[in-house]
Design a protein around this ligand. Structure first.
Ligand code: ATP
Ligand code: LTN
Length: 333
């Protein structure tokens, strides 16, 4: 069975972009692959956080992912900081990563710009974030990494540093590939359809959170920005708002946005049908989430089992890396 690994930051509530671009594919992959899904709490610390915030969001993220359909009997769901090899391997990876490579990462450029671009406010952790991400992936001999389009560059960097490591120290890491869904790879903000839907958007009006009241969700679609030419066509460049609605409706119903475009002549019905399809997708997720939050201890228990399963794989791969680098073997204490 191929090995699949993906990660998500516990930095806020999950939105429709995360669901359609990533999490929905995780739910499918868990049946066809040996899948590891990681709540990357160490990555969340790369921008300033209040004490306790990341822990609380990690539990909530686990509950949300379970509500979306991850089955801990089938896949391995765990928290990054519970498996210390992630931070340890990240150091070895950083030592084969060039500053020039990190300077080219668009996520770093975007996120540091959001902090005013002031060098003394931007953490070194944010800069080396892709090396920690590469360590996450390489620790599990990962074949495939299901992510949204915005992560392609990080997976390419992971391949480059793994190749360099293998060339320098001998065959150590499996080279992973990104798997990016055809539908839903880049869900755009409903109000700013040229920006990706993101939990760090300045306004919530165009972001559809999975746990939003469903009446609010329907309203967000009703108010979605379109354009003034009045014809329904799938053309993401000329008609970003309408095309985004068609993409969302297509991803929610399993149809192609081009085919759907032929079935609508007005924006109103397209908005209503897209809202209905999304509400139908979210209703069962919300119901399951409400049950899970009643019993946080049960989720913590599942995460403990997940960490145990993850550590069993990660420890072996980390040992292989250390052995190949040729550090003096650790004394047995
Ligand atoms: P932020 O924008 O604050 O960095 P985010 O909303 O992008 O956060 P992440 O935790 O970085 O969320 O992403 C989790 C997963 O969701 C990743 O695989 C990412 O590619 C995917 N993803 C995020 N936003 C979108 C989107 N708008 N469309 C499709 N996929 C997305
Ligand atoms: N950088 C990713 C989150 C992430 C990840 C990973 C994704 C951290 N480690 C390993 C896939 C594999 C993001 O911002 N979405």
């Amino acid at each position: 069975m191929p090995r699949v690994f993906s990660g998500i930051q516990p930095t806020g509530d999950l939105h429709l972009g995360n669901l359609l671009g990533a999490v929905r594919n995780w739910v499918q992959d868990q049946h066809d692959a040996d899948s590891f899904y990681c709540i990357v709490d160490l990555h969340a610390l790369t921008v300033p956080k209040a004490p306790g915030e990341v822990g609380a969001f990690s539990l909530e993220m686990a509950q949300t992912l379970l509500a979306c359909g991850l089955d801990p009997d089938v896949c391995t769901l765990f928290v990054q900081s519970h498996v210390s090899e992630h931070a340890e391997l990240a150091w070895l990876v950083q030592c084969v990563t060039a500053m020039g490579e990190l300077n080219r990462m668009t996520q770093f450029k975007d996120k540091s710009a959001r902090q005013g671009g002031k060098q003394d406010l931007v953490s070194v952790g944010l800069y080396t974030y892709p090396a920690l991400q590469a360590a996450d992936i390489l620790l599990y001999d990962t074949d495939r990494v299901p992510v949204g389009e915005d992560q392609r560059q990080h997976i390419e960097l992971t391949r480059d540093v793994a190749e360099r490591f293998n060339a320098r120290y001998g065959e150590t890491f499996v080279l992973p590939e990104a798997t990016i869904p055809r539908a839903g790879a880049r869900v755009m903000d409903l109000q700013e359809p040229t920006d990706k839907m993101s939990k760090s958007a300045t306004s919530d009006a165009g972001v559809v959170y999975l746990m939003d009241d469903l009446a609010v969700t329907a309203k967000k679609f009703k108010r979605a920005v379109t354009d003034s030419d009045g014809t329904v066509a799938f053309d993401p460049v000329a008609k970003p708002g309408v095309s985004n609605l068609l993409s969302i409706l297509g991803a929610a119903t399993g149809r192609s946005p081009e085919d759907l475009a032929d079935e609508y002549s007005q924006y109103g019905p397209l908005k209503v049908d897209t809202a209905d399809a999304v509400v139908a997708l979210l209703e069962p997720i919300q119901a399951r989430f409400r049950e899970l939050v009643e019993d946080p201890a049960a989720t913590n228990e599942l995460l403990a089992i997940g960490a145990e399963k993850a550590r069993a794989v990660a420890a072996d791969v980390y040992d292989r890396a250390v052995r190949n680098v040729g550090l003096l073997p650790r004394p047995v204490l």
